[in-house]
Write a new protein. Structure first.
Length: 225
């Protein structure tokens, strides 16, 4: 009689410890999963506004998030099922308590890989968000100058002297710059290397437009008259 009571008490203590360990493992998953979901939604919200944010590369960085979160939700749901079954259940049998403890222990041990994946993903998304925040500050003035430069070059070409040697070539260069601006504004660019900077690409457009304006401002040579 007393041996059975001791056995049951030990089993219940083991179950309580296993449940606490599983609860801690659950917190290790649920908290970063919530943060990742919030970051994912916030980063998604920066895309597709035509303001030069690199939408293609940003969405590529987010590609694994839905699958990872869905997998995590399945793991959390399995914990809810186990906990719901045992939390309010009387455990008069030590064998039942041991089986429940094994379930909670096994579940907690299986969360290690998922927790590591979430930690890695959270760090990556935090970096993406920080880079986008910096870009949203740095980009507007550079983008505005590039647009102004292309507009000014178009105006200069429109009012340029006639006949103008090389006019058609200059028009083609301006059209290409306009296409590049639309591509940059739409975010249809790929950030391949660490040195890729969207602001530099807008500056290249500004410089090219300035070169066209310089060409238009040069006086005619005697052979052009």
């Amino acid at each position: 009689m007393w041996g059975r009571k001791r056995r049951l008490a030990e089993a219940e203590r083991r179950l309580a410890d296993a449940m606490e360990a599983a609860a801690e493992a659950h917190r290790r998953l649920a908290a970063p999963a919530d943060r990742i979901d919030g970051l994912y939604r916030a980063i998604q919200g920066t895309c597709g506004h035509g303001d030069g944010i690199p939408t293609s590369s940003t969405r590529e960085a987010l590609a694994d998030v839905p699958g990872t979160l869905e997998s995590c939700r399945h793991v959390l749901a399995s914990y809810a099922e186990i906990r719901g079954e045992w939390t309010h259940t009387e455990v008069p049998d030590p064998d039942d308590a041991d089986r429940a403890a094994d379930l909670f222990t096994s579940w907690a041990e299986q969360t290690d890989e998922a927790a590591a994946q979430l930690e890695e993903l959270l760090a990556a998304l935090t970096e993406v968000r920080a880079n986008l925040d910096e870009l949203r500050i740095a980009l507007p003035p550079v983008r505005a100058r590039a647009h102004a430069a292309v507009t000014a070059a178009r105006d200069d070409l429109l009012w340029a002297r006639s006949p103008l040697p090389g006019r058609f070539a200059l028009e083609a260069r301006l059209n290409a710059l306009g296409d590049r601006l639309r591509e940059l504004d739409a975010g249809r660019v790929e950030l391949v290397g660490d040195g890729d900077e969207v602001t530099d690409w807008y500056r290249e457009v500004e410089r090219s437009a300035a070169e066209i304006r310089d060409t238009l401002s040069r006086p005619l040579s005697p052979g052009d008259h």
